[in-house]
Design a protein around this ligand. Sequence first.
Ligand code: SF4
Length: 497
Amino acid sequence: MNLYFHGHDYKYAAEQMLLTLFPQERPVYPDHPPAAGADRLVLTLEEGDNGRLTARADLLFQGRRAAGEDTGCWTGGALERDRTAQRVLKMAFYRAGTRLLGREPPWGALTGVRPVKIPTRAMAAGASRGETRRRLVEDYRVSPGRAELAMDCADASLKAAASLKPDELSLYIGIPFCPTRCAYCSFVSADVSRTLRLLPPFVDLLLEEVDMAAAMLKAQGFFIRTVYIGGGTPTTLSAPQLDALLARVRERCDLSRCTEFTVEAGRPDTITAEKLAVLRRWGVDRVSVNPQTMEDHVLSAMGRAHTADDIRRAFALVREAGFPCVNMDLIAGLPQDTVAGFCASLDEVLSFGPENITVHTLALKKGSRLLGDGSGPAPALPPAEAVDEMLSYAWRSLRAAGQRPYYLYRQKYMSGSFENVGWSVPGWENLYNICMMEELHTILSLGGGGITKLIDPVTGHIQRLSNPKYPHEYLQSREKLRSIKAQTAAFLAAGKE
Ligand code: SF4
């Protein structure tokens, strides 16, 4: 869509709202005036007396036209003017867009991937639940059910933040290997069998990286509060490889303040009693067994080399091994799935009694086979209305079963612009997930695809340092891994001054 600005240059604000309202459109900034009849948005900002900002949107899309307006005042410094300007511009665009479309998105005018931050800030500043709900529903046009989700997650975030100490961080270890590639995945490189041959050298370098991290943390006097080993599928590692990794983490890192140790076992076709015994022996207390669906034909359409029976067996093995906390992931909106199929999957997963259930909505990411890889037409997906029904059923069933939402996030290009929500039996919330999603403290990431997030506890500013994503890149990156530890050390040291 052609975008024209008058009186401002807030591209990011306009692009975020464009993605929310017209996810299939991409922004274009032409250097010529709008041609008659061409799709376009003209977004104007005017400043009046006493810091009054007025934004106007004039939108023409597929032959239909709509206008929107919003005003706001700023009284503080440049930062407040900046925020006010972006807010009124987004709302003017939102009003024009929703008038033209004849409907409002599930998260209303809230853009970005972390909708929980707004209620968290409001409640931390003393707003009551009622006032926070009103702001979400009336000011941001969020649906009442989603406002409730966001406020429950804000409660969990505030509780988690209060439990953290300034000299603590979380440790993430990424294992970028999987037995086969799922159709919706944009992460794992295509030739899975070739990358699996890189596992032994990958583990060797990862052990070195654990040593680097442990020495750096010790020198800076920082403690690991949570450990999370994700991927990929960490249990693609053999039992001896897992043993070597976990032994190294336990032996080299100070885990005296660590309150949870999670490993994603993810794919049931990688779970064995021997591997689970290794995890338990080294103190892992949480694992994920991720069905995504209990419908065999949907599993097969996704390229998962296992059946629902494998999931049942894997869950039984995990319980026999004595893990106190188990998470299970489901995805709403998978190709060939139906509302009935999703609801049956959720019912069965609930009947297993896992402490955590994470309900994702399918996100179509660049690089996934679901976007079409040229080998045939991209598979048909359930419509947004069906996905909405799936999610509403999940909310009702999970609340009725005593689970509560505790973290949520959105992704770009997510089916129907919905969300991913982590649910938990009260008391079993995964602290790492909250810290990660709500950016509560620094996350030090090792392994393939890990992104270290250095979070300034005073300003909230975030610096991201990325480990190489793919195994062959990782194996060439010893110096980069050292450099990331050095930058992290400097950041942690500066924070103590
Ligand atoms: S298990 Fe996860 S990381 Fe692995 S291929 Fe499937 S979606 Fe991708």
